[in-house]
Design a protein around this ligand. Sequence first.
Ligand SMILES: [Zn+2]
Length: 416
Amino acid sequence: MPRVRQTIQDLTAPAMHGRGYVQQGEQRAASYLRQRFQKLGLQPLAPKYTQAFSLDVNTFPGQLQFQASAGSSHKSARRFVPGVDFIAEPNSGGGHVASRAIIFDSLVFTDAAARRRWLAHRLAGQAVVIPARQLARLEAPNFPDDSLRNSLNGAAARITLVARKLTASLSAEQSPQIRLQLLSDRWQNALPWLTIGVEANLRHQYPTQNIVGYIPGRIQPDSFLVVTAHYDHLGQMGNEAYFPGANDNASGTAMLLELAAHYTRPENRPAYSVVFLAFGAEEAGLIGSRYFVEHPLIPLNRIRFLINLDLLGTGDEGATVVNGREFPAQFQLLQHLNESQHALKSVAARGKAANSDHFPFSERGVPAFFLYTRGGIAAYHDVQDRPETLPLTAFANVFTLIRSFLDALQTQPETK
Ligand SMILES: [Zn+2]
């Protein structure tokens, strides 16, 4: 377990910049994994363990400033902290705005006079503040009133008030409008003058990579078991905030490395070849795994089973297996192993879901599970997903469970 903690510490360190597209964070994480693969003695599945690809991604590499005050010349301002009080929306544009906040009037939905009043506002150069629920209503595909939607898009900045937590994501596009999300309890009507500065940079064809290695099988080297985990995360947001991504997915990457360490020991050399795929650009929309299935480095129809590891840092409520319902025989095997080992409180089966890197493989007919642990922490896609608070409750037991599952798959008669 100290080595697992160290791996997670290394991947979440400030030097990795959140393993995203600012300060080459994802490249630093990739170099780290190359070194670990090499030390373990994994065979490269591509030169330097690297399968290169590229993506378009919107980034926030510099200034990210947002403050509120009583007036334009007022000295005492409330400065909002990026990551903690507010975040940029994935497709936010950049620029500077200094404006009195224009509060979206929810009466526009029901009251014709209020609607007329709202549409009479000149929003160019201004900042609009709108609660998330009302924005969702305006942006619903079946919402009939285009002029309301268009007027909102005409503002220079849109501040959405969100109730519970800030949840960041990535986009391949950039809006002309500055778009921020502010926790609603931070908003104070007494400080209506907003000063905003955002540097946004839409990167085209940003070069990134999957890191790929394997252990040749002892008996049937052309049959493959595949272990996957994405190593990328959301990166940095402005100069101050970065997303450590301890649970998502330093935890799964650490598990992948532990399984690789196990199978590279001579006494554990597997009968089938075991492939380890550390994907990039999962957070940008499963881009690394989609690239792999389009450009497979092993024949996809020789994959006996694939297990994808994402969000493995908790476990006091057990684990869930996406595709558990699609592959009942393998799920039964996993459950049987879990019961005999008393590994997890429960292992629940789900149907298909496009929520991680197993999905592009599933769609190509590769039998695959995605296993994630449940319970413990609420941190997700936010600056709170830190190594210090990651419990790793079930990590050791999940390791044993997956290892014995992979072992058992190699002794079963082939079903294909
Ligand atoms: Zn994620």
